[in-house]
Every structure is written in structure tokens, then in C-alpha cells.
Design a protein around this ligand. Structure first.
Ligand SMILES: [Zn+2]
Length: 342
């Protein structure tokens, strides 16, 4: 007998025997209590990492319950992982000096599909090497036609029960990735930017993003702010860079009277706080930045400019017009960024 344990000499053989004898295959048995776990499907965008060894807990639970006489099922699944996988694949393309734009849509789809297929095989071998008591006869993949059908059906059921609805809402969107993100996927970073104090009708107000002014639909002040009482509820006229326009002055407790001059412009389509203010006061939404990250036709002559060049141009034009009161250059604030692109 060897003094050292050599797993490769024994484990593969034992696992094969377990599989061949169907020990992990679940059957419906009315006389036995069922016990089942769905393996959280690993993303097929690489191989399993050390964290996946945590599945051992599930393996122990399945084996324990099987030995207590229950009919057990540990259901195996693998996840295509959609944009997550695309992100990993794009990094791989980048190493070869390529990008997703070098391929047609269906070509890229096929390349990613093949990449997933390769990873699926690697992962399945790893799961076997870990000795997991998975029911291989029921293997699922998140893009299996019958699974996709269940997803659609579930969505339809939720819709029919009024639990899913469609409406306009502000979302986190990355113009580089070309997709929306959940709040959990937004990374907030501290940045030092300029805070621009600009003339705005009868007010001076401070903003870090003057390029969004074409989407303003109100000015908001704190209801207790004595400086602005007489304006609340009134419409003011602003001599803007692309012509005169009018907005209403609203009072809202979300406004910090200590920020800037205590009066803020409300841009519901491009700021989450402003979006909430707009909902409370029934203000319209004007989207002025497109999904391509460029200003749209509502920005008049600034149409087609990307956000940062638009900002430079607008600041210069406001200065020329005598509407830029001052610029505070060391304003520190938190900015939401894409967790992939920064
Ligand atoms: Zn991104």
C-alpha cells in the first residue's frame, strides 16, 4: 500500500461506479419523502473557482437526506450568463487586439455560444472531480428551449397577476456596454469635479452637470428656505443657450439648502433625486442624452456632442454670455460608474 493517498487512482473509478449504478438519479416515489436542491447554476464563462467548492455543503445535505431514507434530487444546471459571459469574452478578444465591433452580431453570438459550450464541459468535469452527487440525467442549461419557455411563461403569469408592468423609469445605463444595470451593479466612486454656479433666470444655481440643462423641467428649493419663498409655485423665464424657456419653481424637502445656493435645477431624466422630485410634483421628463452617450435634438446646436465635450462647450458659451458666475474646482462628490468599464 502506498504511503501517500493518490486521489487520481481511486476517485475517478469510484465516481464512475456511482454514476453507472444510477445512485444519484432521482425517481418519483410516493412512499418516500422528497428532498431536492437546485445547484445554483455556475456561469459558464470560465472554469469553477475555489468558491464553488462551497457546493460541498449541498452535497453533504443531499447525501445525509438520502441516507435517512428520503428520495433525493440534486439538480444540475449551467448558466449561459448572457452579458456577464460577453464581458469575459470581450476581455479575451481584447487580448488578441480585437473587439466585439470586429464581428457581425450573429458571428459574435456564435463565438460566445461555442465559448460557453467549451466551458460547460470543463465545469462538468470539475463537478465530477469534486465527487458531487448530482443527477446527471436531468442536466439543465439556462438556454435550453424548455427552460426559456418556462421563463417566458413565468413572466407572463406575473404580468397577468399585475406583478409586472411597463412604465417609464430612470435606470442605470452604461453607454459603452450598451445595457442597463441593477442598483447593485453600480460602483460609486469619489471624484473631484468642478461645481458650476450659473445664472438661471432670477437665480444663481450650482450644478456639476451643466450639459443636462436642456432637460430641466423645474427649479427646486427647500420649502423653509426664506430666500426663495416668493418664487415657490411661480414660473420663471430663463435666457438659455438655445433660446428662452420657462420652468416652474417647486418646494421640496429633498433639496439641501446648504448645497450651492440652495436652488437646484431639476433634470428628471438624468438624475435619480430629480426623478423622485419630479414624481412628487408631476413634472415632465425630458431625455437630452441618448443611449449613445451623445446629446440629442433637444440640445439644439449641441446635438451629437458627447457629454464631456458638450460640458466644455457649454461652460465656454455660458462664460461668453456672462452667465457663468463662478466655478468651484475642488468639489468632491460621489459618482455612479459602471462596474465593468468604470
Ligand atoms: Zn460599462
Amino acid at each position: 500500500m502506498d504511503s501517500k493517498y493518490q486521489p487520481q487512482l481511486v476517485e475517478e473509478k469510484i465516481y464512475k461506479e456511482w454514476e453507472e449504478k444510477g445512485y444519484f438519479i432521482a425517481t418519483v416515489n410516493k412512499n418516500k419523502k422528497p428532498f431536492s436542491i437546485i445547484l445554483p447554476p455556475p456561469n459558464a464563462n470560465g472554469s469553477l473557482h475555489l468558491g464553488h467548492a462551497m457546493f460541498t455543503y449541498e452535497d453533504i445535505m443531499i447525501r445525509f437526506n438520502k441516507m435517512t431514507g428520503k428520495e433525493t434530487l440534486w439538480l444540475l444546471g449551467l448558466d449561459h450568463a448572457g452579458t456577464e459571459t460577453q464581458f469575459v469574452f470581450e476581455k479575451y478578444l481584447k487580448k488578441q487586439g480585437k473587439s466585439r465591433y470586429d464581428y457581425k452580431r450573429d458571428e459574435l453570438y456564435k463565438m460566445i455560444w461555442d465559448y460557453v459550450a467549451e466551458n460547460k464541459n470543463t465545469i462538468k468535469n470539475q463537478l465530477k472531480r469534486l465527487g458531487f452527487a448530482l443527477d446527471w440525467s436531468r442536466e439543465k442549461f439556462t438556454m435550453d428551449p424548455e427552460i426559456v419557455k418556462i421563463v417566458y411563461k413565468t413572466f407572463e403569469d406575473l404580468y397577468n397577476q399585475g406583478l409586472v408592468y411597463r412604465a417609464n423609469k430612470l435606470i442605470n445605463y452604461c453607454t459603452n456596454c450598451g445595457t442597463s444595470f441593477s442598483d447593485l451593479e453600480v460602483v460609486y466612486v469619489e471624484r473631484t469635479d468642478s461645481l458650476y454656479y450659473m445664472k438661471y433666470g432670477p437665480f444663481t444655481l450650482a450644478t456639476t452637470r451643466p450639459e443636462t440643462k436642456f432637460g430641466d423641467t423645474a427649479v427646486a428649493v427647500h420649502p423653509d428656505d426664506k430666500r426663495y419663498q416668493k418664487w415657490i409655485g411661480n414660473e420663471i423665464e430663463i435666457d438659455g443657450l438655445i433660446g428662452k424657456f420657462k420652468v416652474i419653481v417647486v418646494a421640496d424637502r429633498a433639496v439641501d439648502p446648504k448645497f450651492g445656493t440652495g436652488a437646484v435645477k431639476v433634470t428628471p431624466a438624468h438624475d435619480f433625486n430629480d426623478y423622485e422630485i419630479a414624481k412628487r410634483h408631476n413634472l415632465p421628463m425630458k431625455q437630452v442624452i441618448g443611449f449613445d452617450g451623445k446629446l440629442n435634438e433637444l440640445a439644439g446646436k449641441y446635438k451629437g456632442l458627447r457629454v464631456f465635450s458638450a460640458r466644455q462647450q457649454i461652460v465656454a458659451d455660458l462664460q461668453a454670455k456672462g452667465q457663468m458666475i463662478k466655478i468651484k474646482e475642488d468639489y468632491i462628490h460621489r459618482v455612479g460608474t459602471c462596474y465593468r468599464c468604470g
